[in-house]
Design a protein around this ligand. Sequence first.
Ligand code: NAD
Length: 255
Amino acid sequence: MPDLSGKVAIVTGCASGIGAATVRRLVADAARVLGTDIDEAGGRALCEDAGASFAAQDISDRSLWDAIVVQAVNDLGRLDILVNNAGMISGASIGEVDDDLWDRVIAVNLTGTMAGCRAAIRAMRDNPGGSKGSIINIASTTAIAPLPTDVGYSASKAGVRIMSKSIATYCAQQGLDIRCNTVIPGATETGILNKAEETAPGLKAAVAATSPMNRLADPAETAAAIAFLASDDCPYMTGAEMLVDGAMMALHPGF
Ligand SMILES: NC(=O)c1ccc[n+]([C@@H]2O[C@H](COP(=O)([O-])OP(=O)(O)OC[C@H]3O[C@@H](n4cnc5c(N)ncnc54)[C@H](O)[C@@H]3O)[C@@H](O)[C@H]2O)c1
């Protein structure tokens, strides 16, 4: 298991699914964690149970991001890890999407992730002992092969992929010891997939079948990849993408 002792992490979207599993995993790996979520009751309960701190946050509110980072630094002493995990689906194709829905999914998934990276880098470059940090942004296989049924989700996650590479190269060229990588989950047994199932019955079984492993991922399996990228075990990994998709994207469409 990666050793995260001495490290401080922020994990967004901590109330449910991959975020909740990530809080538990990073705490188990000895990090001190601040979880955040728009779901205040759910996020607080999860963090209390996991042994993490909690702050209510809508990640799309750019004015709040500096305060979240300051809270982590003031309460826990520094900031080493940011997991930009919170996200939403819109469930609307190009034939259905309206301006408000498009603006919201971009504001949460893409702009919220950017604002988190920007605020975290400001803190990470001033860490005691010099710049140090690992940012993990959560994209989706829909950033590679988009959903016709969700244009905003697919586009926002594709934005997260390329933005993460821009951030990684910026930090490296600036001589900052701050890495930025993307985790690309496949179909994972979480709230977001259950919500999608409500509007598209049968979706869960269908997406499970698209993985050669013929099952959904457990969120803990995604959290394990996040913990590795958060650790000092991979200092030359930045601007990279880690698929946790049961080989879904590796499979030839004919098979
Ligand atoms: N589950 C999957 O199959 C799957 C696949 C690929 C990518 N992902 C991505 O994984 C990430 C985690 O999703 P999940 O599957 O665990 O879903 P989930 O619905 O179980 O959890 C998402 C969490 O984010 C929170 N959240 C939503 N909007 C927020 C906002 N504006 N500010 C703060 N918190 C907010 C929710 O309250 C919830 O706790 C998302 O970015 C999602 O797009 C999930």
